[in-house]
Design a protein around this ligand. Structure first.
Ligand code: UTP
Length: 293
């Protein structure tokens, strides 16, 4: 069985749901407390044993490359100021993985962003992690998906239950149960109307793909707005190979959505040893003062 080494992180989208903050900075660089969202994603990949990272970037995304690069001026300053802990932390960011970049050119949809990874990935299975989907610290979703791929040798999609009225924002999967949190995917549809949704399981931003997904992506016809949908390629892959789903419950936030961004920030802040206790007190006080409950 081929081991998975590579995580592809699409981060070339325009982030229109988070304007104006994303007018001149990538949404993947929005901080969750003090760490940019995409650093959380890279750390999660490294934690699951994936050290070859390919970030799909585009216009206006240079801050991402700078973030994962060494900053000699800053390091020099921190050293001189005797801030050695911080210095070590800054150096570690540049050294935690082998990070490569490829530009998407035009943001022609998530499917297109994954397709431009083909040359780098080659004929190997790989993970896709959306640069604006965050899993909180304790999540083992990606590691569990890697283990499932190692057992079955097939693609695996992360799935999460949503209320019917929210399912139309996501790719939706029709499944049959295999065991506990493992299902077999029978069909996928992109953003169905609630009444047409085949289930209440939405496809989340973590995937393991066999390399055959690339041929499927080439066959997909652009949909509305010239976008190439990853979901359409998954539907084609399903015609030739079994695809599994891994159903999980908690700990995922779409930080490209303002409300989810706020939720993620609060959850991560209360878990922090340094900030958590004071922030919890503040929240409890706020709930009382504003009569929230
Ligand atoms: P989204 O649909 O959430 O990203 O794509 P978006 O298009 O930036 O968002 P809005 O709707 O305009 O606010 C999910 C992930 O796929 C990447 C995005 O950067 C995001 O991490 N993506 C999307 C690409 O890399 N290229 C694309 O053409 C589209």
């Amino acid at each position: 069985m081929k081991r998975i080494n590579t995580a592809v992180i699409p981060a070339a989208g325009l982030g229109t749901r988070f304007l104006p903050a994303t007018k001149a900075q990538p949404k993947e660089m929005l901080p969750l407390v003090d760490k940019p969202a995409i650093q959380h994603v890279v750390e999660e990949a490294v934690h699951a044993g994936l050290r070859d990272i390919l970030i799909i970037t585009g216009r206006g995304k240079r801050a991402i490359e700078d973030h994962f690069d060494r900053s000699f001026e800053l390091e020099h300053y921190l050293e001189k100021a005797g801030k050695f802990e911080m210095l070590k932390e800054m150096q570690a960011i540049a050294e935690m993985a082998n990070i490569h970049y490829v530009r998407q050119g035009e943001p022609r949809g998530l499917g297109h962003a994954v397709a431009v990874a083909r040359q780098h990935v080659g004929d190997e299975p790989f993970a896709v992690m959306l640069g604006d989907d965050i899993m909180t610290g304790r999540s083992t979703v990606l590691s569990d998906m890697v283990t499932l791929h190692e057992r079955y040798g097939r693609s695996v999609l992360a799935l999460k239950e949503f209320p019917r009225n929210e399912i139309s924002s996501y790719g939706c999967a029709l499944v049959e149960a295999v065991d506990d949190s493992l299902v077999r995917v029978l069909d996928v549809v992109e953003k169905p109307k609630p009444e047409d949704a085949p289930s209440n399981l939405a496809v989340m931003g973590r995937y393991i793909f066999t390399p055959e997904i690339f041929d499927c992506l080439e066959q997909v016809q652009p949909g509305a707005g010239g976008e190439i949908q990853l979901t359409d390629a998954i539907a084609l892959l399903l015609q030739q190979q079994t695809i599994y789903g891994y159903v999980f419950e908690e700990g995922r936030y779409d930080i490209g959505d303002k409300l989810d961004y706020l939720r993620a920030t609060v959850e991560l802040a209360i878990e922090r040893e340094d900030l958590g206790p004071k922030f919890r007190t503040f929240l409890a006080d706020l709930v009382q003062r504003k009569k929230l409950i």
